[in-house]
Design a protein around this ligand. Structure first.
Ligand code: NCD
Length: 265
C-alpha cells in the first residue's frame, strides 16, 4: 500500500495545487466531514504556535481526536528514545503523525519507517510544506493563480525552511528574487514580498526591519506575507494596511490543514 506522506512538495505540479485549492475552498465554505474514531498525533520537538494549534483545530473540525506532544521532554524522548521508535509507537495509536523536528531530513526518516502518513511540519532548516500550501493558497486567493507572478524573499533565506519550500515550488512557475543582504534599498519590484525573521536558533545573526520609507516604495497592488512569528521585520502599524496578508495566511492555515488531514484520514 502506498502511504500518502507529505514530506516535500517537490513532486507536485500546477494541476495538483489547483485541485488541492478547490478542496480547501470547500472547507472554507463550511464543509464538515466527520471522521469518527480517528486520531492524529501532533509530535513537536520544536516550539510552535500556529502550526500545532491549527493542526489541532483542523483535526477537531474534521472530527478527529488529537494526541498532543508539544514538549517532548515529557515523553520517552527524554529517556533517549529514537525518533524511529517514537514514530512506530505513536503509529499504534493514531492514523496520522504531524512531525516537527530540529533536524533536516527528520520527516523523511520518519516516513521511511512509518506505517501511517507523516506530515512534515518543519524539519530543521529543511522544508515546511504545509506552510507552503497555506502560503500558496493565500497567493491563489489574492491573484487567482500561483504562476507567472514575481515574488521577493526578504530576510533569512538561507535558514528559513518556509522560504526553501515555497521557493522550490515558485521557481518552477514564477519569477523569484532572493534578497539576502537585509538591505531594503534594492528591493526589486514584485507582486509578493515574503518576509522572514532571522533564524537565530539555526545560527543566523543580524536583524531586518521594514521602515515607513521602505513601505512607501512598495507597489500599491503588491501583497506582504510573513509566516510568523515576526520579530522586528514588519512594524505593527502596517497590520491595517490592505497589503498586509499575514493574518489571512494564518486564517487560511486552518482550512488548508483540514484539507491535508481530510485527504489522509
Ligand atoms: C515558521 C517555522 O516554524 O519555520 N513558523 C511557522 O510555522 N509559521 C517560521 C519561523 O519560525 O520563522
Amino acid at each position: 500500500m502506498v502511504i500518502n506522506h507529505l514530506v516535500t512538495l517537490n513532486t507536485w505540479n500546477l494541476r495538483e495545487f489547483n485541485r488541492f485549492f478547490k478542496t480547501v475552498d470547500e472547507f472554507k465554505k463550511g464543509r464538515f466531514m466527520p471522521h469518527m474514531n480517528k486520531i492524529i498525533t501532533n509530535l513537536f520537538y520544536e516550539p510552535s504556535t500556529r502550526t500545532s494549534s491549527s493542526f489541532y483545530a483542523a483535526a477537531k473540525k474534521v472530527g478527529a481526536d488529537v494526541i498532543s506532544i508539544n514538549n517532548v521532554n515529557y515523553s520517552s524522548v527524554a529517556k533517549g528514545e529514537t525518533l524511529e521508535d517514537t514514530i512506530r509507537t505513536l503509529a499504534c495509536y493514531s492514523q496520522i503523525i504531524v512531525l516537527r523536528h530540529p533536524e533536516i531530513g527528520a520527516a523523511k526518516r520518519a516516513a521511511d519507517i512509518s506505517p501511517v502518513p507523516i506530515i512534515n511540519a518543519g524539519d530543521g532548516a529543511g522544508e515546511h510544506p504545509t506552510q507552503t500550501l497555506l502560503d500558496l493558497y493565500t497567493i491563489y486567493k489574492n491573484f487567482g493563480k500561483i504562476e507567472d507572478l514575481k515574488i521577493a524573499f526578504i530576510g533569512d533565506n538561507k535558514n528559513s525552511r518556509t522560504v526553501h519550500s515555497l521557493g522550490n515550488v515558485l521557481e518552477k512557475c514564477a519569477r523569484v528574487y532572493y534578497c539576502d543582504d537585509y538591505s531594503v534599498d534594492n528591493i526589486p519590484e514584485a507582486d509578493i514580498y515574503y518576509l522572514t525573521r532571522v533564524q537565530k536558533e539555526r545560527g543566523s545573526s543580524g536583524s531586518y526591519e521594514l521602515t515607513k520609507e521602505h513601505i512607501d516604495k512598495l507597489p500599491k497592488n503588491c501583497i506582504v506575507m510573513h509566516p510568523f512569528p515576526r520579530n522586528e521585520e514588519i512594524p505593527q502599524w502596517f497590520d491595517n494596511d490592505p497589503r498586509a496578508k499575514y493574518f489571512e495566511q494564518m486564517s487560511n492555515g486552518l482550512y488548508v490543514r483540514m484539507a491535508i488531514l481530510y485527504e489522509r484520514l
